[in-house]
Design a protein around this ligand. Structure first.
Ligand code: PRT
Ligand code: ZN
Length: 226
């Protein structure tokens, strides 16, 4: 086990959709920081709560390895990596402590506009492109559908036009990207937003109290926003 620490370290996205809102939310909890010269680390000044600025995809792993104590990350990323790092017999590796009310989107299956969509069983025998192989495979299995999962790290929405896949499973917010690629969403697999995430086990040192303090302030800040 990682040695006990007397400060709390939170991983947030360095740049991207969740970066600014995550920082603003933590600042509204009364946190303030001094930034390192390379802008990767923010040292907590008002409270012993530091920030590490990283790629969003790295956040679950940093929590799992104990490098960071908490993280602000999309539920989509957290859920995908939770499944990916888990053996069949294990329980969840992460805990979603609070939904944060920004970064809202959904993970959905989308098919070409021309398809006459009736039901999920139409996906049997198709190739579905996605960056979320775990969440997609789990859903397909639950539906009893045998389909081929094609793993792509980006530009998933052009896969059908390139002939790489028949359908896709990707994040959707406005739906404009799907429409621009002559695709339509037909099935939601996961409703997502940014969440405060932590490890599945409790802290057994001063970080437990720091987390409680942060959660109380967060609840106050979130209540005012609603
Ligand atoms: O560099 P780093 O790896 O940290 O960033 P990233 O590029 O992987 O992530 P980023 O900043 O794009 O997204 C971070 C998180 O924002 C995601 O994991 C989601 O939790 C959340 N989020 C919310 C979204 C969207 N909305 C969203 N619309 N993430 C991606 N999209 C994509 C969508 O897939 C589509 O291709 O944006 C495009 C536009 O969406 P439409 O439907 O409005 O056209
Ligand atoms: Zn990313």
């Amino acid at each position: 086990p990682a040695p006990g620490r007397d400060r709390l370290r939170i991983a947030i996205q360095k740049s991207g959709r969740l970066a600014e809102p995550a920082r603003a939310l933590l600042a509204s909890c009364g946190l303030s920081w001094r930034e390192s010269r390379d802008r990767l680390f923010c040292y907590g000044e008002s409270l012993p709560i530091d920030l590490l600025l990283v790629r969003d995809d790295d956040i679950p792993g940093l929590i799992a390895d104990g490098v960071c104590d908490l993280g602000i990350v999309g539920r989509n990323v957290l859920a995908e990596q939770d499944l990916a790092g888990r053996a069949d017999t294990d329980g969840p590796r992460f805990r979603e402590l609070r939904p944060l009310g920004f970064g809202g989107c959904r993970l959905a299956i989308a098919v070409p506009d021309a398809w006459q969509w009736r039901e999920p069983s139409q996906l049997a025998g198709t190739r579905i492109a996605t960056s979320y192989p775990q969440l997609l495979s789990q859903w397909l299995q639950g539906q009893g559908i045998a389909a081929q999962v094609v793993l792509l790290s980006g530009s998933v929405e052009i896969a059908p036009r390139l002939g790489q896949a028949d359908a896709i499973c990707d994040l959707v917010s406005s739906g404009a990207t799907l429409a621009a690629n002559q695709l339509k969403p037909v099935q939601t697999l996961l409703d997502s937003e940014a969440v405060l995430a932590g490890p599945a086990v409790d802290f057994d040192d001063v970080r437990a109290e720091l987390m409680e303090l942060l959660l109380r302030r967060l609840d106050g800040a979130l209540r005012i926003r609603r």
